[in-house]
Structure formats: C-alpha cells, structure tokens
Design a protein around this ligand. Structure first.
Ligand code: BGC
Length: 742
C-alpha cells in the first residue's frame, strides 16, 4: 500500500459506515421505477464489480439511450415556467433512466448544508451547521456524521444523488460561498469535505465534489479567467480536491463556471482529462455546474461527461451529430456513460434505491447540535467572562433576531426553515437572496440555562434602546450577523450595516459585553479591544441555539478552531478589493453584472496563513486558533524519519475536561524556496483535568512534497524539514527536524 493510501486507512479506520436499509412498508420514491424482471438481468449480479456491471449495460444500449444519460432535462423547479419531467423528484436536476435495462433515473438535490427546496413538496430537511463551521471541528467523524445526515434525509425524500461537497479553498475570505466550503488549508478542507461525502455515500446516495476548480469568488464567476501556474494550483486549490476525492470516491465532480488559464472549467482538458481523470484517477463522471457548458465537441473531448441542467442541448442532438460525424469518437460517449453507470452501481442506487419515509427531525436536530457544539470557536475570553454563571441576574441580548432564531446561508445551499423564515414568515419556501432565520432561539435557550435571570432582547435597530438595555443589565451579548449567499461576495470584511457601531456603543455602556458572531466567513473586528468575549458560531444549524447555550454556560467546553485566518482588515489580504467588483453595477456584485476579466492569483499557493507568514504580518486571529475553558501544555516532540510520523504529548493543565486540537506543521527544506509552513497533521485529543496523552501522527505525504511541473508529479525533496506542533498556526512551541535522505 502506498504511503498516501496508508494515510487514509489510518485516518478513517475509526469510522464505521452505517448503511441504511429500506424500512418495511414504506412507499417507494416517485421516481424509481424498475422493470419487474430486473433481477434476471446479468448486471444485477452484485458479485460483479461496478465497472463490469456498467460494461454489460452499456453493451445493450442504443445510441439514443446513451445520449439520454449524458444530459439533464432542464431547469425544472429551479426556474419558473420550466417544464418539470413527470418522474422528477423536484430537485435541482434530473436525468431520465433507461427502464428497459433497469437503470433508474438520477434525481439530484442540492444538499450542501441540508436538502434544498424541501418546502416545494412540504417536506422537512435538517439544517446542519455551515460546512465551514463543521470544518472548525477538525473532526473527520463529525464530517462523516454530517454527510450521513444528508444521505439519510435525501433517501427519505426520494433522491439518489447529492450535489454538495464544495471544497474550494478560502482564497478570498469575502467569497460569498465560503460557508459552503471548508476553509483555507488543502489538507483540512480536503479531509473534512471528503469525509462529509463519504458519509453521503454510506447511505447509498451518489455523492459529489464541487466546484472544480478555482471558483474562489462569486464576483464575475461566469466570466473571470483565473491565471495561476500549475505548481501553485496543484499545491493549493487542486490539492484540496485531490485529497477530498481520494477520501470520498465521489460519483460526480461538478466543474465550475469560471475559466482557468483561458479555458472554461467545463471544457478544460488540463483540469478534467489530465489532472482529474488521469492524475487523480477519478472514476466517476464530470457534470457541469448549471449552465457552465459552452460547447459540444470541445467539452466532450476535454472530459465533460454530463451537461446540466441540460436545456442548452449541447449534449443532445448536437452530440449525436458529432458522434455520427466522427468529431467525437463513440468510445468517448461510451466512456461518459460508463462513468455514470459505474457510479450508480458503486453507490448502490441500482441495488438499493431510496425509499420515501418521514425524515426524523429530532435525530437530525441532535446530530446538527452535536456538530455545532464541536464547531463553535471561542476567540476571546478576557477575565474568564465565560462560561457564564447561572446565577447572573440580568442578561441583555441584542441584535440578529436572537429572540427567535439563528441565521442560515443562502443561494443553492439554502434550506427551507420549518414554519418558514423565523424572521419573516411567508407562505411557501425561501426566495433567492432572502436572509433566512431558523427557529432555534438563543433567548429561550439562554433563559432555560439561567431561569432566575431577566433575559431581555433588543433588536439593535434602535442603538439608543440597545444601549439602554445593556446599561440596565449585568451582561450584554450582541449577536452580529453576516448574511451571505451564492452569486455575491461580501464587499469587505466589515460586518454589514451599523453592527460595528452597535457593538461599540453597547461595549461602552456595559463592560461585560460578549459578541456572538453568525458569519459565513471571516470578518474584521475593529471593536475587539472593547469587548470581553467573542464567540464565532458561524451559521450554526437547527440545533444552533442549544449548542450556543451549552457553550456559553460551560456544559460543553469549546474545542473548535478556525479553519481560515481572520485578517485585521481588507488591506492585509493579497487582493485588498474583490477583483472585478469595481465592474459590478450592484453592491451585491451579482455574477452576471460584470465584464470578462483576468484574475492573476499573484499570491500563488500562499493562501491564508501561508500568506500571513510569508509577508510577516499578524492577522487578527490566526488559522487553527481557538480557546477553551481549560488550558493545555505540549511537550516531547520526536520525529520518526523512516515512517514520517511525529510523536508528542498533550496535557490538560486546567480544571475541566476538554478536547484539544493539536496541530502539526512542516516547513520544507530550503530547496523548496518556500517561506511558509504547511499543515501536515492534527489530532483531536480529549483530556480530563491533569490528564496527559501521547499522540503519534503520520505526516500527510502530499504535504511533504512539492509539485514538479516538468515531471508532472509530486517530488519529495531531500533535506531537513522543520516540524512544529502546537495549538495554532502561530503558536507552535514544539520543534524538531525530519531528515529525508536522497
Ligand atoms: C451552483 C451549484 C448548484 C447548481 C444547481 C449553481 O448555480 O453553483 O452549486 O449545485 O446551481 O442548483
């Protein structure tokens, strides 16, 4: 076994896949029809490999049947007035199956943080914490659980394919979709997203990784031409995809809207054929983002396998003609169909199709709450203001609808709130661009923890009223929000509206002020020195308020750590203004409002903490940072050169139980010419007060390598590698040397 494979075996060995079976007496999903004699078809033999089974089906297919599988049937429910196929399950996409061969339809649902558009059919779907939040847990088991919740509920809704699995790294902290992704580091993002998607697959639902690749901002996403050299690409954005794909074994990879090195991502031979299919050995199919296909022959030859949503007809009659004319070899069409079929067999959607049942909202809420409790990051805790004492007499809650709910992320990741938007109930589901609150009330949960306190709420719209409330309370908690959604970026790191002024005013009125952040990504905090506590709860999901109350009152000791650096201000970023934003005609910088432009990623692979280290600047809060109610000490780092493992001890030096995320970084030898370190391993370590644990970790092989463009391969440079370990990227008290001999 290669060291790379061994690493994954090590990383995932503790996770047990739970395969859901169809409960008796349930109604089969609307879309799944099967001919009665499917079992007599030779490819129903489960002992054969997915590839063998796919080839057997393919051998029976007509040209038209093959073409039917390589495109969807249009925008359906996503676009008012678009036709909805009879067997569509009302998700984002639909591919009609081949009944006579027992091949089911593919019903796809957007499901980044929960199933989208459930309200369309009066269904319920659990809102999980944002995936960026879940990445703050650094817990692959929590990621797997996350995916299994998605898979479980997709099955119950009758869907057999999930489209989620966003792993675009946080190259720009203002990207409006960062909340759907997993942070700035390729190893962390790839590992967390890969495990989410492994969880989806464990429920016999086809899974997906997106948006491939370098779709790192929304501004101008349909027209931006990303320029980045191959070495930097492979060591940053593409590395996150490589790691996620190796873990998730995805059914699909969705190519993105933007151009990369002057070719659209969905007709980009380098990205699709050379890197994804050849180098990453991806066995599934490439599906286009919705409307991201721009050609027939070039897309087919460059590696696109399925055109979505398919109303542009690139892969219907024009592809048939291209095959008949010999412009696209039939072998290439067969490869497209083989990839789709083998993914269906591999995921289990042919043998074990989804069966409709009622989603268990309580189980979903408990799972969401558990993940949220691991996701919340304690950023500041002056004078031990937290955890709160249950005997507090009066608590002011200010802003962000903290009386009724928690914020969710929007766009195609929007989940419909039970009972409608808690902040603005309307009939039907949520609308594009709407800011949606879910009914998980911080006020009720804080009141329940502190029954004798007067817990009062002020919306913050009237700053004077909020200040008055803060003055007359023992403690003030300001909830600050940053609503984000697909097709816009945050125009700056600043909290929107008057929230900075509100926080300053409240902090001036009450010395015991805590800020709780509900943000899609990093924000700046000009008021940081004026408040005693800061808690980042991201978009925390349907169990968010319960999780927050447990953290605030110390029933759960915070353990989350930042998956992305928090800069002090926009000027610290490689691109102080969002590239292309100046060409946008609206403040939300909608993607269709800007002209084509080139965006050169001058920072190369130096994303996030690597940028801060290379430019010798201090962020507000570094990558990997997060506080706890206890304290930890690190000691005794040793390195095993032969096995490329590290060994050290973590001790809980405080008074309560906690879980420390111990981080290991590697700086490559001077021949690599890098002036930054790379995250190479980590471990969550649970410790009782006074307890010590020895930790042995393999260094991820790809984080030790450089990408050699001439040889098109990873290269391990001989020399001395500086290994450091500690609680965050900017605090690594332990140091040792790994020697790699030529
Ligand atoms: C988004 C995808 C999404 C698709 C279908 C696109 O606009 O970029 O992430 O899966 O729509 O809703």
């Amino acid at each position: 076994m290669s060291s790379f494979k061994l690493f994954y075996a090590f990383a995932i060995s503790s996770i047990v896949a739970v395969i859901a079976s169809a409960p008796l007496g349930c109604i089969p999903a609307r879309a799944q029809t099967k001919p009665a004699d499917t079992s007599k078809m030779p490819w129903s033999n489960k002992a054969l490999s997915p590839d063998e089974r796919a080839d057997m089906v393919l051998a029976q297919m007509t040209l038209d049947e093959k073409l039917q599988m390589v495109h969807g049937t249009g925008w359906g429910v996503l676009r008012a007035g678009a036709p909805i196929p009879a067997r569509s399950n009302f998700g984002a996409g639909f591919m009609a199956g081949i009944d006579r061969l027992g091949i089911p339809d593919i019903n796809l649902a957007d499901s980044a943080v929960g199933i989208r558009m459930a309200a369309y059919q009066g269904r319920y779907a659990t809102l999980l914490p944002s995936t960026l939040g879940a990445a703050s847990s650094w817990d692959p088991d929590a990621a797997f659980l996350y995916g299994s919740v998605l898979g479980r509920e997709l099955r119950a809704h009758g869907f057999n394919m999930s489209i989620g699995g966003g792993v675009n790294i946080t190259r720009d902290p203002r990207n409006g979709r960062n909340f759907e992704y997993a942070g700035e580091d390729p190893l962390l993002a790839g590992t967390m997203t890969g495990n989410v998607e492994r969880g989806v697959l464990s429920e016999h639902v086809m899974n997906d990784i997106k948006h491939y690749a370098l779709n790192d901002q929304e501004t101008g996403r349909n027209v931006v031409n990303i320029l980045l050299d191959k070495k930097a690409m492979r060591e940053s954005d593409l590395l996150a995809f490589e790691i996620a794909i190796a873990i998730a074994d995805p059914s699909g990879v969705m190519c993105s809207y933007n151009l990369v090195e002057s070719h659209y991502a969905c007709e980009n031979d380098y990205l699709l054929n050379q890197v994804l299919k050849k180098d990453f050995k991806f066995k599934g199919f490439v599906l286009s983002d919705w409307g991201a296909t721009h050609s027939t022959v070039q897309s087919a030859l460059s590696g696109l396998d399925q055109d979505m949503p398919g109303d542009d007809n690139y892969f219907s009659d024009p592809l048939k003609k291209a095959v008949q004319d010999g412009q696209v070899p039939e072998a290439r069409l067969n490869d497209m169909v083989h990839r789709i079929l083998r993914s269906m067999f591999a995921a289990g959607v042919v043998d074990d199709p989804p069966v409709r049942t009622v989603v268990d909202p309580f189980r979903g809420r408990d799972d969401a709450q558990h993940i949220a409790e691991e996701s919340i990051v304690l950023l500041k805790n002056s004078g031990g203001i937290l955890p709160l004492k249950t005997a507090s007499t009066s608590i002011a809650l200010i802003g962000s609808h903290a009386d009724i709910g928690v914020l969710s992320g929007g766009g195609s990741a929007q989940v419909d709130a039970p009972g409608g938007n808690a902040a603005n109930p309307q009939p039907g589901g949520s609308h594009w661009g709407e800011t949606v609150y879910f009914p998980s009330s911080p006020l009720k949960n804080i009141q329940a923890k502190s029954p004798h306190a007067a817990v009062r709420y002020s919306s913050g719209d009237d700053v004077a009223a909020a200040v008055q409330l803060a003055k007359s309370s023992a403690l003030a908690i300001v909830f600050a929000n940053q609503p984000l959604h697909e097709d816009m970026d945050a125009t700056s790191l600043a909290l929107p509206g008057n929230q900075n002024a509100l926080i300053d005013a409240v902090a001036a009125a009450n010395p015991n002020t805590i800020v709780v952040l509900e943000t899609g990504g990093p924000v700046s905090m000009p008021w940081i020195d004026h408040v005693k506590g800061v808690v980042e709860m991201w978009y925390p999901g349907i169990g968010g308020a319960q999780a927050l109350a447990n953290i605030l009152f110390g029933d759960v000791n915070p353990s989350g750590k930042l998956p992305a650096s928090f800069a002090k201000n926009d000027e610290q970023l490689p691109h102080p203004a969002i590239p292309g934003l100046e060409g946008a005609t609206t403040p939300s910088a909608r993607h269709h409002k800007v002209k084509p432009f080139d965006l050169t990623y001058t920072e190369g692979a130096k994303v996030g903490y690597k940028w801060f280290e290379a430019t010798n600047t201090q962020p507000l809060f570094p990558f990997g940072f997060g506080l706890s109610y206890t304290t930890y000490a690190y000691s005794g780092l040793t390195v095993d050169d032969a096995n490329r493992t590290v060994h050290f001890t973590v001790r809980n030096t405080g008074a309560c139980e906690g879980t420390e995320i111990a981080e290991v970084y590697v700086a490559l030898p001077s021949a690599a010419k890098e002036n930054y370190k790379r995250l190479a391993a980590w471990q969550r370590v649970k410790l009782a007060p006074g307890q010590s644990r020895e930790v042995t970790l393999p260094l991820h092989p790809l984080t030790l390598n450089v990408f050699n463009t001439d040889q098109n391969g990873w290269q391990l440079l001989p020399g001395d590698y500086t290994v450091t370990a500690g609680p965050s990227s900017s605090d690594t008290p332990l140091k040792a040397t790994l020697h790699i001999h030529p």
